[in-house]
Design a protein around this ligand. Structure first.
Ligand code: NAD
Length: 432
């Protein structure tokens, strides 16, 4: 089956390569010529474990190609996936400009029946909007609309796509459902649950899921704050809560607040969607406020541990919004960097994958060669993203590099007792 993937970013590239791996003929389109040039010559523009091999294997088999020629890709495809960005606008509403542009291009270039599938996270009603644009621009050919939201996580995207908890398909008609089932048949045979519904419900499932996860994160962050005030241990509280199967242990890790390209944007969009329908999504509104406060609280913790920050040098370990990715969009680590700079500190930073992206935003930080180089001459260490290589640092070597043995561990990677016994002035989150 010929598939056209419009938008070759974190989602489009992983989805395109993985669908090729499931046996589809996929052409990935992007308007970013440099990206397509790089991909065509075997260079993967993002850091994502397992992706390079997946892309190379499917290119070799002739099932995966890259182009900027949207017209030809639309003409050749039966199914067109839209995986372009839907960034948040200042009021919270997602910007659907790119989605609209693709719908207009489909209307202009379609040459027969097409199934148009949104992979991008879009608000309820976008499927109808796409349908209206295509119908207005092309009355000649039949088409179907489907919503197939994506739940992959950066850092484990390839595995998540090929082993999902569920596949959600919202479709306008039976033909669309049959084609979508055919595409995902290999996963269906592996007993992946399918949720088949209408387009609007599928669109909402994505916001409801991300919103719920964001609530869970903010909930444990507020519990962490309570623990600090009460002298309790948030990790024990989380374990005690998480063993209740109705709650579950995942997403109960306290930290510097949620970030990334999805949760901040999708919670704001969910709040905006509710407002557009004349109601208030109270829990989501509160979650957004709690997250902002959590981020701000991290700087207070640093000041409490390290003393007045102005004139000091901070060593920040980790810049990406989570481990195993180079994505720094809305990264809590960067909020920490920004806060430190605003408070008058100098920042030395190290991240295994995200330094190039960070350099574009903060060109004046000192970018170190590794964690020890980062700590060299710094007054204190802030562990901001829990990359595996920060979990087993040689703490004696780190202590020799840093000027005062102070660590603010915003990810609770280290054991407070052990570090204090080794002479560290150690601060975690929710473990006073
Ligand atoms: P991204 O910014 O990495 O990639 C989007 C790509 O679309 C870019 O390469 C851009 O050049 C391209 N593009 C934009 N307009 C185009 C057009 N008219 N024609 C061709 N290409 C065009 O974004 P992403 O992180 O892959 O996210 C894409 C969508 O998937 C968003 O709606 C996002 O919310 C959703 N999503 C993201 C994740 C994630 O973890 N990143 C997970 C699930 C869902």
């Amino acid at each position: 089956m010929n598939i056209c993937m419009v938008g070759t970013g974190y989602v489009g590239l992983v989805t395109g390569a993985a669908l090729a791996d499931l046996g589809m003929d996929v052409i990935c389109v992007d308007k970013d010529e440099a990206k397509i040039r790089a991909l065509s010559s075997g260079v993967i523009p993002i850091y994502e474990p397992g992706l390079e091999e997946l892309v190379a294997r499917n290119e070799r088999k002739g099932r995966l190609r890259f182009t900027t020629d949207l017209k030809a890709a639309i003409e050749n495809a039966l199914v067109i996936f839209i995986a372009v960005g839907t960034p948040g606008r200042p009021g919270g509403a997602p910007d659907l400009t790119f989605v609209r542009q693709v719908a207009e291009a489909i209307a202009e270039h379609m040459n027969g029946y097409k199934l148009v599938v949104t992979k991008s996270t879009v608000p309820t009603g976008t499927g109808k909007m796409i349908s209206d644009i295509i119908r207005a621009g092309n009355g000649r050919f039949e088409f179907s609309i489907a919503s197939n939201p994506e739940f992959l996580r950066e850092g484990s995207a390839v595995n998540d796509f090929l082993h999902p908890d569920r596949i959600v398909i919202g479709a306008s008609d039976a033909r669309a459902i049959e084609i979508m089932k055919e595409i995902y048949k290999p996963l269906f045979l592996r007993e992946t649950p399918f949720v088949i519904t209408d387009v609007a419900s599928a669109e909402l499932i994505k916001y409801a899921s991300n919103g719920f996860l964001a609530v869970k994160i903010s909930f444990i962050n507020e519990i962490a704050e309570l623990c600090e005030l009460m002298g309790a241990n948030v990790q024990d509280v989380a374990t005690g809560m998480g063993l209740d199967r109705r709650i579950g242990p995942r997403f109960l890790l306290p930290g510097p607040g949620f970030g990334g390209s999805c949760f901040p944007k999708d919670t704001s969009a969910a709040a905006d969607i509710a407002r557009n329908f004349g109601t208030t999504f109270e829990l989501i509104e509160a979650t957004i406020r709690v997250n902002a406060r959590t981020k701000a609280r991290m700087l207070e913790k640093i000041e409490a541990a390290a003393g007045p920050i102005a004139g000091k040098t901070a060593a920040v370990l980790g810049l990406s919004f989570k481990p195993e990715t180079d994505d720094i969009r809305e990264s809590p680590a960067l909020a920490v960097v920004e806060g430190l700079l605003r408070a008058g500190a100098r920042v030395r930073a190290f991240d295994p994958a995200a330094m190039d992206n960070t350099r574009a935003v903060f060109p004046d930080l000192h970018y170190a060669a590794d964690a020890y180089d980062c700590a060299g001459g710094a007054d204190f260490v802030v562990l901001a993203t829990e990359w595996n290589e920060f979990r087993a640092l040689d703490l004696a070597r780190l202590a020799r590099a840093v000027r005062s043995q102070t660590m603010i561990d915003l990810r609770n990677v280290y054991d407070p007792g052990e570090l204090r016994a080794a002479g560290w002035n150690y601060t975690g989150v929710g473990r006073s």
